[in-house]
Design a protein around this ligand. Structure first.
Ligand SMILES: *Cc1c(COP(=O)(O)O)cnc(C)c1O
Length: 376
């Protein structure tokens, strides 16, 4: 094999980057990204140009890929999300945003004259997706916890009941991890007798573990969703951003087009598709199993409860939505935000208690927050 040799200065730069990445990963509470994975047994695959070109369920002339693993990952989530046994399909995407784009694309093909409804707490990628797809949308108010305001939704849909309704439901908003209730949304549609409708669930973070909660939130196919997107690098964890989208096969069939050059079907957004990400997800699902995933959720929820309690004890008005791992509190000082890489919006900030977060980290964080309060 040909050897690549780095000039000394570039080798130093690469080493410095590694040190920086290692340090920044340690103090990281502000974004929903798991960091506790170990995919080292997969390292040999970095030697190969894995590409799952085309539809995962239709073999391709290009065979250096991980289609079998990808199919397992899609089926795993189709079952977890209670998709109809004979009507599901999906693929491993480049992330939650692409999964949302895909769901909206299917909805538009089904209802070209549809109106899209989504709450003001919706992820920024959705507005861009609507722009790309040239779909009209109406922004609905949110309740104080970040959940969609069902009254405003019902009123708005009523005024547009002559149009097919396309609902983008948040299964965990980005800032407060509030879940829109798909069952309640279905109820509103039924009440207004809007028969032509499509519900896409954006479950980027929460969608991956909502099925393990008791009570189980209304978010999946059995509750009325037509497609669900999750991110793979959030709750599960992956060195490369990725995601999974699950949709109804009958809807996917409407857009399928056979392409001779790849010997597969052109049913995905991109042509070439990363063949490594399905391997990471497959490896995680196989080694953790349902029990392991459930345990990760339990751990995260207990750490989130602990964080709220510790912050409240110290006079900081932190809160979280029921059964969520995102802890919200008033924006702290810039030094704290920088150290822990905390996002902030409209005076609020949050930490996300991902499965790798420990009580010790929360203690260290709370101590810094308290010291800051005293200094003010
Ligand atoms: C993170 C997130 C997304 C985008 O997912 P990516 O994997 O970053 O593309 C979409 N919606 C919500 C609610 C998110 O939290």
């Amino acid at each position: 094999m040909k050897e690549y040799r780095l000039p000394a200065a570039d080798a130093t730069q690469l080493n410095d980057l590694l040190t920086q990445v290692q340090t920044c990963t340690k103090d990281f509470l502000g974004y929903p990204v798991s960091k506790d994975f170990d995919y080292s047994p997969l390292l040999p695959f970095l030697q190969y140009p894995l590409n799952n070109l085309g539809d995962p369920f239709v073999s391709s002339t290009y065979t250096v890929g991980s289609r079998e693993m990808e199919k397992f990952v899609v089926e795993f989530f189709a079952r977890l999300f209670r998709a109809p046994a004979d009507d599901w399909w999906g693929y491993v995407t480049n992330g939650g945003s692409e999964g949302n784009l895909y769901g909206l694309y299917l909805a538009r093909e089904l209802y070209p004259k549809g109106m899209v409804y989504y709450s003001e707490a919706t992820h920024y990628s959705v507005q861009k997706n609507l722009h790309l797809l040239n779909m009209p949308g109406i922004i609905i108010r949110t309740l104080p916890n970040g959940e969609i305001d069902y009254e405003d939704l019902a009123d708005t849909m009523r005024m547009n009941r002559h149009l097919p309704a396309i609902m983008l439901a948040n299964i965990g908003t980005t800032m407060t991890e509030a879940r829109d209730d798909v069952g309640r949304i279905k109820g509103i549609l039924k009440d207004l007798a809007i028969r032509h409708h499509y519900i896409h669930a954006d479950g980027a973070l929460s969608g991956s573990y909502s099925a393990f909660l008791d009570p189980r939130p209304a978010f999946d196919f059995a509750d009325g969703a037509d497609s669900i997107a999750i991110s793979g690098h959030k709750f599960i964890g992956s060195p490369i951003p990725c995601g999974v989208v699950v949709a109804k096969k009958s809807n996917r069939d409407r857009i399928a087009r056979s392409v001779a050059y790849i010997g597969s079907m052109d049913t995905t957004i991109t042509g070439s598709r990363n063949g490594h990400s399905p391997l990471f997800l497959w490896y995680a699902l196989k080694s953790l199993g349902l029990a392991g995933l459930k345990e990760r959720a339990r751990h995260s929820l207990s750490i989130a409860a602990y964080a709220v309690a510790r912050l409240n004890e110290n006079g900081i008005p932190a809160w979280r939505n029921p059964n969520s791992i995102t802890v919200v509190f008033p924006d702290p000082a810039g030094s704290i935000r920088r150290k822990w890489q905390l996002a902030s919006e409209s005076g609020w900030s949050h930490i996300i208690c991902m499965p790798n977060v420990s009580k010790e980290q929360i203690d260290e964080f709370v101590a810094m927050m308290v010291a800051e309060e005293m200094a003010v």
